[in-house]
Unconditional design. Structure first.
Length: 398
C-alpha cells in the first residue's frame, strides 16, 4: 500500500548546556555504540515543538493538556451563559468531562489554600487530559443544554454518545500529531501521527560540573562576610546531536479530518499541520537551563525526505562514534560525511530510492558532503515545498 511519510534528519551542535535533566539534575545520557552519548529525550523536544506551534498556528487549531480541564471548560460554559455561577459551571464541566471520557473529575483531596480564599477548590481530573479548542467549545455547548439536571441529562445514552463524539472529532493539530491517551476512555484515544526519536550525540560525550558563586549585593559592613552569599554547582555537556522525526501523513489526515472550513481546500488542514511540524521541530529548543547557558543554536544541516514505504532512522551511521577532526577540530564535518555515505547505501540496499523526494537545508563548508543528497533550500523554501508535495499526494489519493 502506498503511504506518505515525511522524515526529518537534523545535525545540531549545542554548546555547554543542560537541555534535559535527569532526576539528579545532570544532563541525560545514553550508551550507544559502546560509549556514553549526550541525550535529549523525545518528550522534551516534542514539548518544545508544541510550544513553537503557538507562534505558527491559530489558537483554534491547538489543544490544551491539563488536569484542570473542568476549570477550563467552566470558563467556556459561563461565556455561553453568564447567569451560571462559577461553582455551578464547575459541576456542569465535571459531569460533562466524565460523560465524554469516563474520567472522574473531583475536587483534589487537599485543604483549600489561602489563595483560594478557603473555599472548595475547582475539580481536577486524576491525570492530564488533552482537548482541542473546538472540542472544549462543543462540550461547553452540550453542558449548557443539560444545565437543568446534568446527571440526568447524561444518563440518556444519546447525550452521552454525543459527548464522546465531540471529544473524538475535530482534533487539534497537536493532538493529531502527538496523540492522546485516556486511560478511562480508550475508545477516544488518538494514535500519534508523529514519531520523535531521542536526540543523541554522534560522538562520545561526558558531563562536566560548573562551580558558581553568588555575591550578596547589600551588606551592613564591608567586613561582614568575606565569602559568597551562595555557592553551588550545575552540570552541563556539549554535543553535536543527531535528531530524527517522522510523520505518517495518512494517519495525520485521518486524525484531523478533511476540509474543516468551507473556504479552504480539503487538503489544507494536513498541509498546514505538516508545515508547522517541520518549522517547529527544526527551530525549537528545549528550555532546560536556557537562561544559564544561552545555548540558542539552530541545526547546521537538515535532510527532509518524503517516501511511500516506511520511515527510516539513519542513526546507525553514528553507531561507531565520530572522532574529532585532525588538529582538535569538531564533529560536524565527519557527521555530515557519514550521513552522506550511509543514506544512499541503505536506500539502495533496500530498494527505496525511486519513491523518495529529498531536500537539504545546510549551513557552512562542514556540511558540503550533504549537498548531493537532494534539492538545496532555505527553511521557508523547505516548508513550502514539503507542504505542497503533501497536499498534491493527498489530492491524488482523494
Amino acid at each position: 500500500m502506498t503511504r506518505t511519510i515525511v522524515e526529518l534528519h537534523a545535525l545540531q551542535t549545542v554548546p555547554p548546556s543542560n537541555l534535559n535533566r535527569d532526576d539528579t539534575g545532570a544532563p541525560k545520557t545514553a550508551v550507544y555504540g559502546g560509549v556514553r552519548r549526550a541525550r535529549v529525550s523525545s518528550q522534551s523536544w516534542k514539548r518544545a515543538t508544541r510550544r513553537a506551534f503557538h507562534e505558527l498556528l491559530d489558537p483554534s487549531e491547538l489543544g490544551v493538556r491539563t488536569r484542570r480541564v473542568a476549570e477550563l471548560l467552566a470558563g467556556r460554559i459561563r461565556g455561553l451563559d453568564d447567569s451560571i455561577t462559577e461553582t455551578e459551571a464547575w459541576d456542569l464541566a465535571a459531569e460533562t468531562v466524565r460523560a465524554a471520557t469516563g474520567t472522574k473529575v473531583e475536587p483534589p483531596k487537599r485543604k483549600a489554600s489561602a489563595k483560594e480564599g478557603g473555599s472548595t477548590p475547582p475539580p481536577e481530573a486524576k491525570y492530564l487530559l488533552f482537548f482541542s479548542a473546538r472540542q472544549l467549545d462543543g462540550l461547553a455547548e452540550l453542558a449548557v443544554k443539560g444545565r437543568d439536571d446534568i446527571k440526568a441529562f447524561f444518563k440518556d445514552s444519546g447525550n452521552k454518545a454525543e459527548a464522546k463524539q465531540i471529544a473524538n472529532s475535530r482534533h487539534s493539530v497537536d493532538i493529531a500529531l502527538f496523540g492522546r491517551m485516556v486511560a478511562d476512555g480508550v475508545d477516544i484515544n488518538v494514535d500519534a501521527a508523529a514519531q520523535v526519536a531521542h536526540a543523541i550525540s554522534v560522538h562520545q560525550a561526558e558531563s562536566e560540573s560548573d562551580y558558581y558563586t553568588a555575591v550578596d549585593d547589600h551588606k551592613e559592613r564591608e567586613d561582614d562576610d568575606a565569602g559568597a552569599g551562595m555557592i553551588g554547582t550545575v552540570e552541563f555537556t556539549s554535543a553535536t546531536l543527531y535528531r530524527y522525526a517522522a510523520v505518517d501523513v495518512d494517519l495525520l489526515s485521518r486524525n484531523l479530518g478533511k476540509g474543516l472550513r468551507e473556504d479552504e481546500p480539503l487538503t489544507e488542514p494536513v498541509r498546514r499541520a505538516v508545515e508547522a511540524f517541520i518549522q517547529g521541530f527544526i527551530t525549537s529548543l528545549p528550555t532546560g537551563k536556557l537562561n544559564t547557558f544561552g545555548n540558542h543554536t539552530l541545526p547546521d544541516a537538515v535532510v527532509v525526505k518524503i517516501r511511500s514505504t516506511r520511515p527510516i532512522n539513519f542513526v546507525s551511521a553514528f553507531e561507531e562514534p565520530c572522532r574529532p577532526d585532525q588538529g582538535g577540530g569538531g564533529h560536524m564535518r565527519e557527521a555530515c560525511e557519514r550521513l552522506a555515505r550511509y543514506i544512499p547505501e541503505i536506500e539502495r540496499a533496500y530498494g527505496v530510492t525511486d519513491d523518495t523526494k529529498t531536500w537539504v537545508l545546510r549551513v557552512g563548508p562542514n556540511t558540503t558532503a550533504l549537498a548531493g543528497l537532494g534539492t538545496e533550500v532555505s527553511l521557508p523554501e523547505l516548508v513550502k515545498a514539503v507542504g505542497a508535495e503533501v497536499a498534491a499526494r493527498q489530492n491524488d489519493e482523494s
